[in-house]
Design a protein around this ligand. Structure first.
Ligand code: FMN
Length: 158
């Protein structure tokens, strides 16, 4: 089985999660960072497409939205799994997940994952730092990446 993980990461956490996922998957996996792509990747040769991104101010990366839009019909003919990195947890995280991934794709998907997130001040620009300080009341890094959830997601696909 050939498996593709396509992701976009703003500060490196979704990339980290994608690599961990890759480690837990028992199939032939390729990783594509959408931020490094100038054109849409060709997904024809893969049986399973795993899509991941993160939430910034309520939205997922534009590159993830564009990937889904450009490949929508093809995705519906494949095994699809969706995951998200974000700091919100529980219901709030689920609401964000449902907002950023289209209903038809969610219905079609065989696994959905909420992997937690990280707040990495060294990776943020000035404005992002100000927002996080104000909204979260913190000024130091927070790591809340959920390895257990990544493993469970991988096990669903294995
Ligand atoms: C400016 C900013 C805004 C964010 N907004 C949200 C948000 O609306 N909801 C949420 O759950 N997490 C939010 N986060 C947390 C990110 O989802 C978290 O940092 C995630 O791990 C980022 O992953 P990435 O490095 O792969 O982009 C925000 C983080 C930053 C820096």
């Amino acid at each position: 089985m050939k498996c593709l993980i396509v992701f976009s990461s703003s500060h490196g956490t979704t990339e980290k999660a994608s690599m961990l996922l890759c480690h837990f998957l028992k199939c032939d996996v390729q990783l594509i960072d959408l931020n490094q792509c100038n054109s849409q990747p060709d997904i024809t040769e893969y049986d399973t497409i795993i899509i991941g991104g993160s939430i910034h101010l309520g939205s997922i990366q534009k590159k993830v939205k564009q990937f889904i839009k450009s490949n929508f019909e093809k995705l519906l003919t494949k095994r699809v799994a969706l995951f998200l990195c974000c700091m919100n947890e529980g219901e709030l995280a689920k609401v964000q997940f449902n907002k950023v991934y289209p209903l038809e794709l969610r219905k079609h998907s065989i696994a959905n994952g909420l992997f937690g997130g990280e707040l990495l001040f060294s990776q943020m620009n000035f404005l992002e730092r100000q927002i996080i300080k104000k909204v979260k009341g913190i000024s130091g890094d927070v790591t809340n990446l959920n390895e257990k959830s990544i493993k469970a997601f991988a096990n669903q696909l294995n």
